[in-house]
Design a protein around this ligand. Structure first.
Ligand SMILES: N[C@@H](CCC(=O)N[C@@H](CS)C(=O)NCC(=O)O)C(=O)O
Length: 210
């Protein structure tokens, strides 16, 4: 049995959604963010970082959503939600999957910090603005006029980057990007996504702001 340590309004949403897409059995351990938005200390008894998601699977404890998603898809997906490793699309799949939680997440987090703490330095804000444009243009271009990011089919890369695009949406960064908004509408209408919300509880990244 897979156990997902699930923090409200967090990246553990990805794992609940993934398990629903794959129809795998799992149980949820629920945690609620503290008023500071930090994860409760109890999560550190499961993994030293104490950050969501943490997953118990195949006799081990895993953190880092990208690693967890890749592992579950590879080991338990039976070829679903990923391109054939021998295909050209496989490299793109890995690139998008890791870009989401790597470079894209970094600039979105910088933006959140600048906004939340009212950082007023023109240098910092100039850097933030130019990098946000660079990355959002890149994402828009990757998606192009397609329905999905890789190879015309829904993969775990779409699932993974959805969280980062929801972060961008919560920060009002994509109102003028209809292709990205359309993508989010398609993702959040998926039956497995809706089941994940049903089981994991309400999900709203706008509440992760102080
Ligand atoms: N890169 C990590 C990020 C983990 C992370 O920072 N999770 C956030 C929730 S989205 C968290 O637990 N925040 C509460 C805290 O840091 O105490 C991953 O993708 O798993």
């Amino acid at each position: 049995m897979i156990t997902v340590h699930h923090l409200n309004n967090s990246k553990s949403q990805r794992i609940v959604w993934l398990l629903e897409e794959l129809g795998l059995d799992y149980r949820l351990e629920f945690y609620t963010r503290e008023p500071t938005l930090a994860a409760p200390p109890g999560m550190r008894t499961v993994h030293p970082l104490g950050k969501a998601p943490i997953v118990e699977i195949d006799g081990r404890v895993m953190a880092e959503s990208g690693a967890i998603v890749e592992y579950i898809v590879q080991r338990h997906g039976k070829g679903r939600l990923m391109p054939d490793p021998a295909s050209d699309d496989y490299a793109t799949y890995l690139e998008v999957l890791h870009y989401a939680e790597g470079s894209a997440n970094t600039i979105l987090l910088i933006n959140m910090i600048v906004t939340m703490f009212g950082i007023d330095s023109p240098v910092v804000k100039g850097f933030r603005d130019s990098q946000l444009k660079l990355h959002l243009d890149y994402i828009d271009g990757l998606l192009g006029s397609g329905q999905y990011f890789v190879g015309g089919q829904f993969t775990a890369a779409d699932l993974h980057i959805t969280f980062n695009l929801q972060m961008a949406q919560a920060s009002n960064l994509i109102e003028d990007r209809p292709r990205i908004l359309g993508f989010l509408d398609r993702m959040t209408a998926r039956p497995a996504y809706l089941r994940a919300i049903d089981k994991g509880g309400p999900f709203d990244l706008r509440s992760n702001r102080r």
